[in-house]
Design a binder for this molecule. Structure first.
Ligand code: G
Ligand code: G
Ligand code: MN
Ligand code: NA
Length: 253
């Protein structure tokens, strides 16, 4: 409740900002995408993690206006980058069940001039767990707009894999819990290998999340993983730092 009151004020006073974390191609080492990560500098109180305030925003209905702000801000920023670099935006399952989403996405693209295929929406498997008619029409209409869909935190949800038949996605992001232990637990490596095989057969791109070591990157590259994201290359950084990084591309890494 406290957080909810503060969050309302935070939106009005511009305390929300976005950080951007790169997704890097394993073949050539180029930045292919940045994921927008929401940040809140609560004043007073200091930083609040999205893991703490997103659930509050979802329960209170504030997620609608926050999500809209994130989409507009992220697209506006990405429109300044080279055309080869995409922007990924996290979409909460609550947003995905709401009929406003398609219009929000359309307006963010229009206002920024960003090409639709440069926008990637990250959803989790839980979207498919509690589907309604709006979930289905949102999926279809977003595909028709030409935006890309990525499955975030893949492997940690409770839904069956059968949704991949009805809802074809462009990208799978392997949850960082599997990457963390891939060098020490054969089960983790087996799951990663199975995901890579499945994705290759379905022509789905794969990003490994939470890559922190060179060893992990080498193991993933040897198994045909497309991209990595994680502290090995960079944490999320504010937009001014990203502008600097983008300016030095593609010579980096
Ligand atoms: O960046 P960090 O590790 O603190 O993010 C924690 C969680 O918050 C992650 O699961 C991430 O997907 C989520 N998150 C970050 N930014 C956004 C956002 O803009 N919208 C939504 N819905 N979730 C976000
Ligand atoms: O759920 P989602 O994948 O959107 O979460 C993204 C979150 O993961 C961000 O909050 C980011 O801070 C965190 N993250 C990104 N890279 C790494 C990493 O290499 N290690 C760890 N532990 N967390 C990471
Ligand atoms: Mn994500
Ligand atoms: Na994730």
């Amino acid at each position: 409740r406290d957080l909810e009151v503060d969050l309302k004020r935070a939106i009005a006073q511009g305390e929300l900002s976005l950080h951007y974390q790169p997704l890097v191609g394993l073949e050539r080492g180029e930045v292919r995408c940045f994921e927008a990560l929401l940040r809140w500098s609560r004043d007073p109180g200091g930083p609040v993690s999205p893991a703490d305030f997103i659930p509050v925003a979802e329960a209170s209905g504030l997620i609608g206006s926050i999500g809209r702000w994130v989409l507009h801000q992220a697209c506006r920023e990405a429109a300044l980058w080279p055309e080869s670099i995409r922007i990924a935006v996290n979409i909460s399952p609550i947003q995905f069940r709401n009929a406003d989403l398609v219009l929000d996405v359309f307006q963010a693209l229009e206002a920024s001039g960003l090409a639709p295929d440069r926008l990637e929406l990250e959803i989790t498997e839980s979207v498919f767990l509690e589907m309604n008619a709006t979930t289905i029409s949102n999926f279809r209409e977003l595909r028709a707009l030409g935006v890309r869909i990525a499955l975030d935190d893949f492997g940690t949800g409770y839904s069956s894999l059968s949704y991949l038949i009805r809802f074809p996605v462009d990208k799978i992001k392997i949850d960082r819990s599997f990457i963390k232990d891939m060098g020490t637990r054969h089960e983790c490596l087996a799951i990663i290998e199975a995901i890579l095989t499945l994705a290759a057969k379905l022509s789905i791109t794969v990003t490994a999340e939470g890559v922190e070591t060179v060893e992990q990157a080498i193991m993933l590259r040897a198994r045909g993983c497309d991209d990595i994201q994680g502290f090995l290359f960079s944490p999320g950084r504010p937009d001014h730092a990203v502008k600097g990084l983008v300016a030095t591309l593609p010579s980096r890494f």
